[in-house]
Design a protein around this ligand. Sequence first.
Ligand code: UP6
Length: 272
Amino acid sequence: SHLKPYGSRAENHRNPTAKLLLETIERKQSNLAVSVDVTKSCDFLSIIDAVGPFVCLVKTHIDILEDFTQDVIFKLQKLSVEHDFVIFEDRKFADIGNTVALQYSSGIYRIASWSHITNAHPVPGPSIISGLASVGLPLGRGLLLLAEMSTEGALTEGSYTESAVRMARRHREFVIGFIAQRRMENVGGSAETEEDDFLILSPGVGLGARGDGMGQQYRTPREVVLESGCDVIIVGRGIYGKDLKDTEKIRTQATRYKEAGWEAYQERISVK
Ligand code: UP6
């Protein structure tokens, strides 16, 4: 499935958010997602405004903002419409069904009300999917399971990853794909693999350093998209670095990653 163009894969999906993401990637010719991990709302919004034209998706950690107000959500949604990108709150839910349903729908962030996509660790078992689906499915939202992590020594391997894939296959209406480092079609037994078309979003992407000194491991867009077959590259500090105010540099970096990701994809679909 990943050897086909993004746009033609949209029809494999019943979930409206999966369709939206694939169509956005095709329309903008961008498989780049930017992870905006900053603590001030003004930096958060100005980075998103700067990278907006170049990305298919903006990934947030909304609880990092120290000056959060509802106005940030209002502006984020406005930018999402203006620049045509999908929103993914990287909440990494990991609790029992009842608790995650409340964390997803309520509190001060009300994630389900504004984020097209969110994600969860499969560690509690299938009830985490049903808990989140009880809130997200009626709203047309999509869920990613964390099948693998990018960090050194991650425990997300072997039978854990296989079980995550099997859990996802049983909840296709809501689980649209994985946070992972490679494709998952051949993981967890061959059942139904023919129709598998999970979206693979990969963090741990950088064109510079191979790590950050805190366990993060970086691979290049080419390694991630061409060699490992992932669909979306997620880049954080590789794009905005330390100088959060330098929007020119941020734009340049976003363009550079966008082009690297798209080149790798074009090479992928042209391999026969
Ligand atoms: N992230 C990872 N690895 C994972 C899952 N999620 O890095 O396995 C998230 C981090 C961060 C972003 O929470 O928001 O992706 C990576 O940022 P960076 O490019 O600045 O390292």
